[in-house]
Design a protein around this ligand. Structure first.
Ligand SMILES: Nc1nc2c(ncn2[C@@H]2O[C@H](COP(=O)(O)OP(=O)(O)OP(=O)(O)O)[C@@H](O)[C@H]2O)c(=O)[nH]1
Length: 595
């Protein structure tokens, strides 16, 4: 155990975590240059494209330090708020963390929230000032920030550049010197923390774990303490460039387990693996069931593709345990699925994967949070879709989820951001100057407001100089109402939303206006109405028009004509028919873009 070091890299998105990880792997010859594919740790195409590490993985390096061989386990952590529980479990599997700060950007919201997580888990922090090669780097200012934030010495900060390969050896040495070896009782009962899992279509689910006490042997009968399920450790091993099967994984080390598990849901991040024959007295602290926070309907554009969509969703769920769904029907959209996501990014990822990996064309309805409705009969209902909202007369009160949001920005944008947050029904809690120019703001705000256009607006008003992080606070009472949209008198259930009463009028009006822009003119007039219960609160009209796209072509050029028809056909693909009105996909997402 003396020669094991378990560490992770924590950083704000884009501060260079993946690039630095690559350099560490190269330097320790864990991967040869020939195998080197940019950003090795992000192995899903989508991840590479978005430059966001979506799922955490682990990789083991050997490092020779003063003539002795050390085993360094790098545990990768996802960098987005939606996945903060996974981050917390990865951190719990480590003794040390490299805290990476971009020398041109300085500390951001996720730097701080991840740092706090690491500190709460008593991790040794190794501060790294990254991207010092950038012309815009401000090493001295950012070092000041880091010293203030971490309470470290200036000399402790390692200047580095993942891109140029600067500071790599110093970082590896610091990991050996500063991070303590794992503690734990090798002879004790087995306790291994599951901090990740991945799906392999041939071998089933691979569980990634860190042994806290005892050891795990190939062939052992093991038990997952939270789910209560039992398996045989058919194969165990360590993760290098590929998997290296082993007979035993010792106390303190990191490894994988394959035991014929077929569904991701059976493996819960944060669960404890113990030995069936001699179980540990208690699981490792900190296990939580991850709960979906954002809900939306996903429907096939082509109703005949419902079964295909179901199969795709089932496959997706195999390697994404946090995705939950159940069948749902909508009058406007037909058969589809009600899905629960960890957050907005998670939702986007699911939609993109459906389209990319499964070649599905889907419509996603307006996202909602989960409200708690207390009826006059004293029942509590969970409502995560407008259609589930009971009649107003039977509602006593409604509660909605609130979050604690932390925003870091430049001083000049503070006013605008406070304005935006107030507009989003937030409570302003605190304001701290990190440096003369950088401010941390704290708010309590309804999650429902973040789910809508908050991220985009925050980015716009701060010109990109604001970062946001949040945690769930609990439910609070709010006066919410169900707002319905009707086209030519026919309700479009997929466009209904649950909104705060004070905002319902504005919301209805803007939505109607937006729909007027987005609905293509048809051969008859379309009335767009917004209503709360029986009361119409807004109305717009789309004028009738006989649209003859070919008229433009003067009857001549046939290839041009064909092109136009093709274009029109493509546009049709994402259309849905409600009564006699055709609705394009954008309309369903229009609510998200109301300014
Ligand atoms: N100039 C410079 N650019 C860097 C350096 N390290 C990373 N970058 C660039 O910064 C961007 C983000 O780098 P990544 O390594 O993907 O960042 P990350 O922190 O892993 O990002 P997430 O996975 O999204 O959290 C990429 O465009 C890199 O090429 C560096 O040391 N110097």
């Amino acid at each position: 155990m003396k020669h094991i070091r378990n560490f992770c890299i924590i950083a704000h998105i884009d501060h260079g975590k993946s690039t630095l990880a690559d350099r560490l792997l190269e330097f320790t010859k864990t991967i040869g240059e020939r195998d080197m594919q940019a950003q090795f740790l992000d192995d899903m195409d989508l991840e590479r494209e978005r430059g966001i590490t979506i799922k955490s993985h682990a990789i083991q390096m050997d490092y020779l330090y003063k003539g002795e061989k050390y085993t360094l386990n790098l545990i990768d952590t996802p960098g987005h708020v939606d996945f903060s529980y996974e981050v917390s479990r990865s951190i719990a599997a480590c003794e040390g963390a490299l805290l990476l700060v971009d020398a041109a950007q300085g500390t951001e919201a996720q730097t701080i929230s991840n740092l706090y997580l690491a500190m709460n888990n008593n991790l040794v922090i190794i501060p790294v000032l990254n991207k010092i090669d950038l012309p815009g780097a401000m090493p001295e200012e950012v070092k000041d920030e880091m010293v203030d934030l971490i309470g470290c010495e200036r000399e402790d900060i390692i200047p580095a550049s993942g891109k140029e390969g600067i500071g790599i050896e110093a970082i590896l040495n610091a990991i050996v010197e500063r991070v303590p070896p794992p503690s734990g009782d090798p002879e004790g009962e087995l306790q291994a923390l599951i901090f990740d899992s991945q799906f392999n279509s041939y071998r089933g689910i691979e569980v990634i774990f860190r042994v806290k006490n005892g050891r795990i042997r190939k062939g052992d009968k093991v038990k997952f303490m939270a789910t209560g399920k039992e398996y045989f450790a058919d194969e165990i091993g360590t993760l290098k460039l590929s998997q290296v099967p082993k007979e035993v994984i010792e106390c303190g080390d990191v490894g994988y387990l394959i035991s014929g598990i077929k569904v991701a849901k059976e493996v819960k991040v944060g669960d404890t693996i113990t030995r069936f024959a001699a179980p540990a007295a208690a699981p490792i602290q900190g296990f939580e069931e991850v709960k979906p926070m954002v809900f939306a309907g996903i429907y096939p554009v082509d109703t005949s593709e419902y079964e295909e969509l179901r199969e795709a969703m089932e496959k997706l769920q195999l390697n994404d345990a946090s995705l939950v769904w159940e069948p749902e029907t909508s009058a406007a959209l037909g058969f589809g699925f009600r899905c629960g996501f960890l957050g907005m990014l998670h939702m986007e990822i699911v939609q993109e994967r459906l389209e990319r990996e499964f070649d599905m064309t889907v419509i996603t309805t307006v996202p909602s949070v989960r409200f708690e409705v207390i009826t006059t009969k004293g029942e509590t209902l969970q409502v995560s879709a407008p259609a589930e909202m009971p009649d107003p007369s039977s509602i006593d009160w409604i509660e909605e989820p609130f979050i604690k949001a932390q925003i870091i920005t430049k001083a000049e944008y503070v006013g605008a951001i406070i304005g935006l947050c107030m507009d989003k029904r937030s409570l302003f809690k605190n304001q701290v100057y990190l440096t003369a120019d950088r401010v941390e703001l704290q708010f309590e705000m309804p999650l429902a407001e973040v789910v809508f256009d908050f991220f985009d607006k925050l980015k716009t008003i701060s010109r990109g100089y604001a970062s946001l992080d949040y945690e769930f606070l609990g439910n609070r009472e709010s006066t919410m109402v169900k707002l319905d949209i009707m086209l030519n008198g026919e309700g479009v259930d997929a466009l209904s939303a649950i909104v705060h009463r004070d905002k319902a009028y504005e919301w209805g009006k803007k939505l109607c206006e937006k729909l007027r822009e987005l609905l293509p003119r048809q051969q008859f007039e379309i009335a767009i109405q917004a209503a709360i219960g029986q009361k119409i609160i807004a109305r717009e009209t789309v004028k009738a028009l006989r649209k003859d796209v070919l008229a433009k072509c003067y009857g001549g050029d046939i290839s041009r004509k064909r092109k136009l028809l093709e274009k029109q056909k493509k546009g049709k693909k994402r259309m849905r028919q409600v009564g006699n009105v055709e609705i394009p996909q954008e309309a369903f997402m229009a609510v998200l873009k109301i300014n």
